[in-house]
Design a protein. Structure first.
Length: 213
């Protein structure tokens, strides 16, 4: 039987591939929200017995990554009246193929790292590396600013996953600071997306060069 932590990590990987294959922004944002909920469950699945900091980290992650940020993005999407990604640099099949390559690279890198604590799932490092690379891939190959925000979220999710290796040692203040930085960054990016759509009537990031003071 697959341990709960590894089952959650497998779902995180599947969400990465779902984002790569998606063209509808609503689905992409909801997929990122689902991944945020999974990340909130991981501290509880990995670290036993539960401490106050573990419970607080899980609750904060569920609230911020699974609820608050997706609602902000859905609001920005409705205000900008945009639904689909237009002309990505890579199509769905090419994006999935690139994701498979990223997974292979992540597995190879994870196997070269020193052995982790037995309580840490073996798949955690590979999943974190894959999520970071998928986030970068979305940032580089998608033209809609809203989809690029989702890529940024995936990138940060990968960093968060890697940080769970040391969650028992890193002070909760550091983890809280990361979450607050993420909230501020996405809030600012949401404002940029809104004003970009108002000024250019488009969310194509390639048109940012048209802006003038």
């Amino acid at each position: 039987m697959i341990p709960l932590s590894e089952a959650v990590l497998l779902l995180v990987l599947l969400v990465n591939f779902a984002v790569l294959a998606a063209s509808r922004l609503t689905f992409t944002i909801r997929a990122a929200a689902f991944q945020g909920l999974l990340l909130g469950l991981l501290p509880l699945a990995i670290h036993h017995p539960w401490s106050g900091s573990t419970l607080l980290l899980a609750a904060g992650t569920l609230a911020v990554k699974g609820l608050v940020l997706p609602r902000v993005l859905l609001w920005a999407m409705r205000e900008a009246a945009v639904r689909r990604e237009v002309e990505p640099s890579l199509g769905p099949l090419s994006s999935i193929a690139a994701g498979v390559v990223a997974l292979g690279i992540a597995l190879a890198l994870a196997n070269r790292l020193p052995a982790l604590d037995p309580a840490i799932p073996r798949l955690l490092v590979a999943t974190s590396f894959t999520t970071v690379m998928v986030g970068l891939l979305v940032l580089m190959t998608r033209r809609k600013a809203m989809t690029q925000v989702v890529g940024y979220l995936l990138l940060e999710n990968g960093i968060y996953l890697f940080g769970l290796i040391l969650a028992g040692r890193v002070p909760l203040l550091v983890e809280t600071g990361v979450l607050l930085d993420l909230v501020v960054a996405v809030f600012i990016m949401g404002l940029v997306v809104f004003h970009m759509n108002r000024e250019l009537e488009s969310l194509d990031s390639a048109r940012l060069s048209e802006l003038r003071e």
